[in-house]
Design a protein around this ligand. Sequence first.
Ligand SMILES: *[C@@H]1O[C@H](CO)[C@@H](O)[C@H](O)[C@H]1NC(C)=O
Ligand SMILES: *[C@@H]1O[C@H](CO)[C@@H](O)[C@H](O)[C@H]1NC(C)=O
Ligand SMILES: *[C@@H]1O[C@H](CO)[C@@H](O)[C@H](O)[C@H]1NC(C)=O
Ligand SMILES: *[C@@H]1O[C@H](CO)[C@@H](O)[C@H](O)[C@H]1NC(C)=O
Ligand SMILES: *[C@@H]1O[C@H](CO)[C@@H](O)[C@H](O)[C@H]1NC(C)=O
Ligand SMILES: *[C@@H]1O[C@H](CO)[C@@H](O)[C@H](O)[C@H]1NC(C)=O
Ligand SMILES: *[C@@H]1O[C@H](CO)[C@@H](O)[C@H](O)[C@H]1NC(C)=O
Ligand SMILES: *[C@@H]1O[C@H](CO)[C@@H](O)[C@H](O)[C@H]1NC(C)=O
Ligand SMILES: *[C@@H]1O[C@H](CO)[C@@H](O)[C@H](O)[C@H]1NC(C)=O
Length: 307
Amino acid sequence: MKASIPFAFALQFLLCLAIASPSPTILRSLLSSRSESSPNPISSIYPNNITGTINSTLTVVPIPYTLARSIIPAEYGILTKAYHSLLREFPSDSYPLVIRGALDHGVGLYAFNFSLADFQSIHILYPFVDLLGDGYSSFTYNKYLLISNGSQAIAGANASGSIVPPAIFQPDLEAYAFAPSSTDEIFLSAYTNLSTTQPAVTTAFKLLKQVGPWPVSFFKNVTNQPIFTDGLSCDNQITLFNTSLSIGKNAPVGIRGKISIMAPYFPEEDCEAFDDVYGIKVDIAFIENTGMNCSDLKGWHATGSGD
Ligand SMILES: *[C@@H]1O[C@H](CO)[C@@H](O)[C@H](O)[C@H]1NC(C)=O
Ligand SMILES: *[C@@H]1O[C@H](CO)[C@@H](O)[C@H](O)[C@H]1NC(C)=O
Ligand SMILES: *[C@@H]1O[C@H](CO)[C@@H](O)[C@H](O)[C@H]1NC(C)=O
Ligand SMILES: *[C@@H]1O[C@H](CO)[C@@H](O)[C@H](O)[C@H]1NC(C)=O
Ligand SMILES: *[C@@H]1O[C@H](CO)[C@@H](O)[C@H](O)[C@H]1NC(C)=O
Ligand SMILES: *[C@@H]1O[C@H](CO)[C@@H](O)[C@H](O)[C@H]1NC(C)=O
Ligand SMILES: *[C@@H]1O[C@H](CO)[C@@H](O)[C@H](O)[C@H]1NC(C)=O
Ligand SMILES: *[C@@H]1O[C@H](CO)[C@@H](O)[C@H](O)[C@H]1NC(C)=O
Ligand SMILES: *[C@@H]1O[C@H](CO)[C@@H](O)[C@H](O)[C@H]1NC(C)=O
């Protein structure tokens, strides 16, 4: 990944610019036709728990294993067999970085009449980390989490040790928007205090006719891994792929496209561009148990339909 010659470096930079989002003028017209994510279908089923919906794109970015090893804290192992068992034909020397661009909608603790205003986020996720050193419990390491500027969610993520750059998203308050005059190209970009002109993260995908090569079960597995940063507490977001949000006409759709991430959110180069990444777009209902003792989540895994 490390560009060794100036030309490669320049190319990288151009790629990053090339996948920057449409101009603000075009965006304003897009925003007037804003759609809304569907309501939380499980709020009354689990009124005493935090529940919500997360409408998102999820993609696998194959990066060199050695690079992942240098980013994930050295004291934790990486469960390579676990991800190879879920990703057939994944290159043996690669590691699956997962990028998620999302809109959280209808999040609340309903018995207490508490709800959180909708917010957007970009997750840069390092799954399959052996946090407990038991050789089988997969956790996801998350260092940077970009969240909508002003959201109450920033304080929560910050409390678990994540670095939470407040971000401005385009489109605003949507999981993604369709590119101008397109019915099958979607994008989401995030600006932070790094630059007002170049997005810190861009995602741009084309919708595919089918999901692949990475199966939905892989994304179900990853989105159910407890997330940690400092290892002192874990966030256990339990994602349900079997509600009305994720089945039938809302079933996961395959996507293929490009992602760029500025340093330091991805620690290589000024801006790293990843071409030809595959994943899914899907809206998911979730139950969230925050501030958990990570040890108590030993062996935790997702069960039920969709496995
Ligand atoms: C997810 O978000 C997209 C973009 O805003 C929207 O078009 C879609 O309807 C949402 N999905 C659901 C199930 O609400
Ligand atoms: C709901 O919260 C309770 C108490 O925090 C917890 O014991 C229970 O496991 C949670 N329910 C689910 C489905 O996660
Ligand atoms: C819940 O909160 C809303 C808005 O703050 C309020 O109008 C409503 O009366 C509350 N409901 C209950 C049961 O407390
Ligand atoms: C996040 O936590 C750090 C200390 O851990 C603190 O300095 C900072 O102000 C916090 N930021 C927010 C937005 O809560
Ligand atoms: C930008 O935000 C980060 C937190 O994400 C902070 O550490 C840094 O100091 C900020 N930089 C500037 C120039 O404000
Ligand atoms: C976030 O909001 C604060 C206060 O309104 C502002 O000073 C800051 O520049 C904003 N950050 C970004 C990335 O726009
Ligand atoms: C977490 O639980 C384990 C035992 O299950 C205990 O040894 C440890 O002290 C707890 N950690 C915290 C931070 O409470
Ligand atoms: C993810 O898949 C691995 C390998 O099959 C399994 O050991 C683990 O329990 C799964 N994790 C979750 C959260 O479902
Ligand atoms: C959905 O799956 C969860 C476990 O993943 C299960 O507890 C729940 O009963 C299922 N709901 C439906 C409607 O099948």
